[in-house]
Each structure stands twice: as structure tokens, then as C-alpha cells.
Design a protein around this ligand. Structure first.
Ligand code: DX5
Ligand code: ZN
Length: 222
């Protein structure tokens, strides 16, 4: 199955969002990743459903909404209504994860759970079968432009092994510090969907950077 590049808008120039999204589309991006931050769950604030609604008007690509917020249950309907095709919540934040996953699915969005670098994969053991994707944070959530945390590579391998052994269908997303120097080893570890902010939007050539990451993980399309 093809590997997917999901540029994260956190690193985009918001004064020119439409043009920035067009440039990643030209580069062959497969999804648009929206980092939603409330200044409580993480020490930063980004944007809400209003911006997702605008992104929905700009692009036909699937929109991947990463909720780094307190009480995400309260906003699932709003983000789904705004156009989110994928919605992920943090395991560290949700008390009733099975119910939250079903809330997301009831909105016909794909449901995912995010694990911070220090959170063990085993916390999801009982719900792997109902997840559409698992998002492994390879940085501590809150900011773009951070360095990839090396020990998270082992987490990706561990998750991929469990998926293969049990025949689970969830996809593996990885988020944070991904660029041309490490994307191939992240791909070999089992990642299917690569979230990249700075390495694309701060590259100096957005379309070319997207093409380059794409070619590194999908060499057969060259
Ligand atoms: C952290 C954010 C970032 C972002 C990617 O909370 O989730 O990881 O998506 O940013 P870069 O690619 O600049 O690390
Ligand atoms: Zn993210």
C-alpha cells in the first residue's frame, strides 16, 4: 500500500494558506494535517474548526485533525462538521477512549489515538481492533520544528510487529521532526503516514520538498 505524506499546517504561512496548500498539492501531498492546540493540553494555541472549514474549501485532500486539547469529546462533532476526515485524540487526555472512538466513527470520520513519546503502546492493547490509525508522537506535542526523538523509532517497530502478528488493519502515523534525513528509516520501521511541517513549509521550496519526501517513501513511483 502506498505511503502517504501529510504536510502539517503548523509550519505554514497562514497569511497565504491557500497558496501554501496548493504548493503541497503540486508536490503530491496525500493529506493535510491540522494541529489543533488549546493552550491547556499543550503549552501552545493554534486554531479551531473555523480554520478547518476554510481548509475544507481550499482542498479536496483528506483533512487529518490532531486534537491536542482538553476534553476532545466536546469538539468532535464541530471538527467533523468543519470537514475533518480523520480525527485523533490523545490517550493521555481521554478517560473513556472506547466511547470517544465511537463518537468519532459516528461522525463518519476515521478514528485514531495519539501516543506521546513516553506513553506505552500497551495502553491501546484492548482497542487496536477498533482503531483506523495510531499516531505515534516523535516529538513532545505543542510545537513544530523540534528534533525527532530517537527512541520513538522502537515504538513504531513494536507497533508494526503487533499489527502484523495479529492482523490488525489500523494505519501507523508518525508526527514530529520528520525530514529527508530520517524518513526512510521511519518508513522501514513501519510508518504509513508521515506528518511533516517544517521540513516542507520551511524548506524554501514547498513543492520540491513534498516531492522529495514522497519519492523517498514511495521509490517505485519515480
Ligand atoms: C507537535 C506537532 C508537530 C507538527 C510537525 O505538536 O504535531 O509535530 O505536526 O511539525 P514538524 O514537522 O515541524 O516537527
Ligand atoms: Zn500533529
Amino acid at each position: 500500500m502506498n505511503k502517504l505524506i501529510a504536510p502539517s499546517l503548523i509550519a505554514a504561512d497562514f497569511s497565504n494558506l491557500s497558496q501554501q496548500i496548493r504548493l503541497v498539492e503540486i508536490g503530491g501531498a496525500h493529506m493535510i494535517h491540522c494541529d489543533i492546540m488549546d493552550g491547556n493540553f499543550v503549552p501552545n494555541i493554534t486554531f479551531g474548526p473555523l480554520v478547518v472549514e476554510s481548509v475544507r474549501k481550499i482542498t479536496k485532500l483528506p483533512i487529518d485533525v490532531h486534537l491536542m486539547i482538553r476534553n476532545p469529546d466536546n469538539f468532535i462533532f464541530e471538527f467533523a462538521k468543519a470537514g475533518a476526515d480523520y480525527i485523533s485524540v490523545h490517550q493521555e487526555e481521554v478517560q473513556h477512549l472506547d466511547r470517544t472512538i465511537n463518537l468519532i466513527k459516528d461522525q463518519n470520520s476515521k478514528a485514531g489515538v495519539v501516543l506521546n513519546p513516553a506513553t506505552p503502546i500497551s495502553t491501546l492493547k484492548n482497542i487496536f481492533s477498533i482503531l483506523d490509525f495510531v499516531l505515534i508522537m516523535s516529538v513532545n506535542p505543542g510545537f513544530g520544528g523540534q528534533q525527532f526523538i530517537p527512541y520513538t523509532l522502537e515504538k513504531i517497530r513494536e507497533l508494526d510487529k503487533i499489527r502484523a502478528e495479529k492482523g490488525y488493519k489500523f494505519r501507523i502515523e508518525v508526527d514530529g521532526g520528520i525530514g529527508k534525513s530520517n524518513i526512510e528509516k521511519i518508513s522501514s520501521a513501519g510508518c504509513d503516514i508521515f506528518i511533516a511541517g517544517s521540513s516542507i513549509f520551511r524548506s524554501g521550496n514547498i513543492s520540491a520538498a513534498t516531492v522529495e519526501l514522497n519519492n523517498l517513501v514511495n521509490p517505485s513511483i519515480n
